[in-house]
Design a binder for this molecule. Structure first.
Ligand SMILES: Nc1nc2c(ncn2[C@@H]2O[C@H](COP(=O)(O)OP(=O)(O)OP(=O)(O)O)[C@@H](O)[C@H]2O)c(=O)[nH]1
Ligand SMILES: [Mg+2]
Length: 310
């Protein structure tokens, strides 16, 4: 490991420039990344990390801006991580988000960073997690993670947050598919935004019924992000939930999942490389001559060098 750059000590003081450099280091996995991660260790778990996800146009960015307003009024410093896994480069959607947040542009208490989808070692969600870690360690009181879209990647990224808020627009709650989609399953809180819309009450009721059928009760709140109505109550509910849920990134189950992901990626890479024994095993699995678990065990043994050579 190379010597830690001098700017790293500014991170613990919440220095903006140091924060920006540290995020760039972990995002691009530069030589300074190891020093950043070392500086971050032991300083995690203080920030309230809020995940905002939901269908395009539901009002996530407007709601994020409104939540920033409430948090800033309460004297809290805020970090924002905007992620768009669907766009290969930091593009239109995120640019739009940035513009909407210009109200906070001159405010040192607000730090916004967009994450592009391309080229992340260990996946975008792993990078997002590291960026959140850096913001947390730099003393941000709250970190808001906004993801665009509702794919697997987005659900995974939102899953890193301590409190996961799923934003729904009026009308969408009537759609059973929306309730079935994995996105609602990860919600700690459901928000029907655009509550100024006539369908909002009905959607909120439908969602409440939908979640009652599930394994746990999920609170349903209503907001008008564009006017700020209901947003203070939302922030209050999020803070309250964080008290019981704790810091998700420090959770052993989450850490195991990260390890499982790393192991899975490694295995996939090795198996994709093929070879006589691996291809024979793959054929046996495809033809039903061996079960999935047995095949998995065998491939592990093979890669560990203890399996059959043929
Ligand atoms: N009437 C009304 N309009 C809203 C409200 N919140 C947001 N909007 C509008 O809805 C549109 C979409 O809002 P965004 O905040 O960009 O939504 P988003 O979910 O971030 O959208 P993507 O990032 O593109 O997925 C904008 O025109 C907002 O001004 C609300 O509470 N009421
Ligand atoms: Mg947005």
């Amino acid at each position: 490991m190379s010597e830690a750059p001098a700017w790293i000590e500014g991170l613990a003081r919440g220095d903006r420039a140091a924060l920006a450099r540290a995020i760039t280091a972990v995002e691009n996995d530069t030589p300074a990344a190891a020093a950043v991660l070392a500086a971050v260790r032991g300083r995690l778990g203080r920030a309230l990390v809020i995940g905002i996800t939901g269908a395009p146009g539901a009002g996530k960015s407007t709601l994020t801006a409104a939540m920033i307003e409430v948090l800033r009024a309460g004297g809290k410093s805020v970090g924002v991580v905007a992620v768009d896994p669907s766009s290969p480069i930091t593009g239109g959607a995120i640019l739009g988000d940035r513009i909407r947040m210009t109200r906070h542009a001159g405010d040192d208490g607000v730090f916004v960073r967009s994450l592009a989808a391309r080229g992340h070692l260990g996946g975008l969600s792993r990078t997002a997690e590291r960026v959140i870690d850096v913001m947390d360690a730099s003393g941000r009181d709250a970190v808001i993670v906004e993801t665009v879209g509702t794919g697997q990647n987005e659900v995974e990224i939102a899953g890193i947050a301590d409190v996961r808020v799923v934003v729904v627009a009026p009308g969408l709650g009537d759609d059973v598919q929306a309730i079935k989609a994995g996105i609602l399953e990860i919600a700690d809180l459901l928000v029907v935004n655009k509550a100024d819309h006539p369908l909002a009450d009905r959607t909120a009721r439908q969602l409440a019924i939908g979640t009652e059928l599930g394994e746990r009760a999920v609170p349903v709140l209503k907001t008008v992000a564009s006017s700020g109505e209901g947003v203070a109550a939302l922030v209050e509910a999020v803070v309250e939930l964080r008290r019981t849920l704790g810091c998700r990134r420090l959770d052993p189950a989450h850490r195991r999942a990260v390890l499982a992901g790393a192991a899975g990626d490694f295995l996939a890479e090795r198996i994709a490389g093929g070879g006589e024994a691996i291809d024979a095993l793959a054929t046996a699995l495809a033809e039903g001559r061996i079960g999935r678990r047995d095949a998995a065990r065998e491939v592990l043994a093979l890669l560990a060098g203890k399996g059959r050579t043929q």
